[in-house]
Ligand binder design. Structure first.
Ligand SMILES: [Zn+2]
Length: 339
């Protein structure tokens, strides 16, 4: 089953856009292949305001967040969905500017090694010329605008969202004078990923801030070892326990009528797993050969990330005892086969 993505989004860089009476958004100008049009930063409530994922540490962007406040308003809370730098780099600066406290699940989990044996080599499918062009393009990017990487420096002042969750999947509650937010632990994209549910957006609707867990413009990247496909699927099911009117991902447009969309993501992931099973059965054994077949229509700049997601599926198959790497190994660079 195909997912219907929606890339129709005008970021209005640096401008304060009112999404609902209790929700404002400012988009940072850090567009790239991973952030789409950039990081969408949400402000929740009026008076005492919570900021969801401050975004990249660009002074002009921090100014724009503060310029979004009305006279007399204060940023009192900084809520962090997960520790990728395009979400968290500005946390220390914003906390210093405002005195707000930070809320999150915890520090980043395990980071993949720099071992060259763990690096995917696409040279059979990406020409040296293309590769050189991508590398040059990459080198030209300011450090701040590069792809989302793990932020291993973030430690929340207030730890929220740990299990157990209630029957609706909620494992925390944050309140201020004018707003109430439920915390939902949604591991998968990262192990410390949280979604935040604003119970009333000012019109009586419930809005879920989904970070990178559910996005409208693209599927989420799941990078082992911290990313986990089974956890991700369980976290999608967890969202379906709620009945949100709409989702606000960090990147891209609002997702209206979210439940069918979430179901389509679950179906899509299960289809991807079966596609990999078919390709393994058909004689394709390496991640670097699976990706070009599975993601032929996707920008090659994203193939390394796609390779991580394919690897997440292979690890899930290994957990189920359906596939393994050569000699029983589970490395991303291994030659994989069905058991
Ligand atoms: Zn992320």
């Amino acid at each position: 089953m195909a997912i219907t993505h929606n890339r129709d989004f005008e970021p209005h860089y640096g401008k304060c856009v009112w999404v609902a009476p209790a929700i404002r958004r400012v988009v940072a100008q850090n567009p790239n292949a991973f952030t789409f049009t950039g990081t969408g930063v949400y402000l929740i409530g009026t008076g005492d305001v919570a900021v969801v994922d401050p975004g990249p540490s660009l002074p002009v962007h921090l100014d724009a967040i503060e310029a979004c406040l009305l006279p007399g308003e204060t940023i009192t809370h900084i809520l962090v969905t997960h520790t990728h730098t395009d979400h968290t780099a500005a946390v220390p600066d914003l906390a210093t500017r405002t005195g707000a406290h930070t809320y999150g699940f915890g520090p980043h989990g395990p980071v993949s090694s720099d071992d060259p044996l763990e690096r995917l080599d696409f040279s059979d499918h990406i020409s040296p010329e293309e590769d050189a062009a991508f590398a040059a393009e990459w080198a030209d990017l300011p450090e701040e605008l590069k792809r989302e990487g793990p932020d291993t420096t973030f430690v929340p002042e207030v730890v929220v969202g740990h299990e157990p969750a209630d029957s609706k999947g909620v494992s925390g509650l944050l309140t201020a004078a004018n707003w109430t937010v439920q915390v939902i632990h949604t591991p998968g994209h990262t192990s410390n990923h949280l979604c935040f549910r604003l119970l009333n957006d000012g019109t009586g609707k419930s809005a879920l801030f989904t970070g990178d867990h559910v996005m409208g413009w693209a599927t989420s990247v799941i990078s082992p070892p911290d990313g986990d496909l089974f956890a991700y699927l369980a976290s999608l099911e967890r969202l379906l326990l709620g009945s949100d009117d709409y989702y606000l991902p960090t990147h891209g447009p609002v997702i209206d009528d979210p439940a069918p969309y979430v179901r389509s993501i679950i179906d899509h992931r299960n289809d991807r797993t079966e596609q990999i099973v078919d390709l393994l059965a058909g004689g394709t054994h390496r991640v670097v050969d699976l990706v070009p077949q599975m993601y032929a229509d996707v920008d090659k700049r994203l193939w390394r990330a796609a390779g991580n997601s394919v690897y997440a599926h292979l690890l899930a198959l290994a957990k189920e005892g359906r596939a393994e790497g050569a000699n029983g190994t589970t490395a991303i660079t291994a030659s994989w086969h069905l058991t």
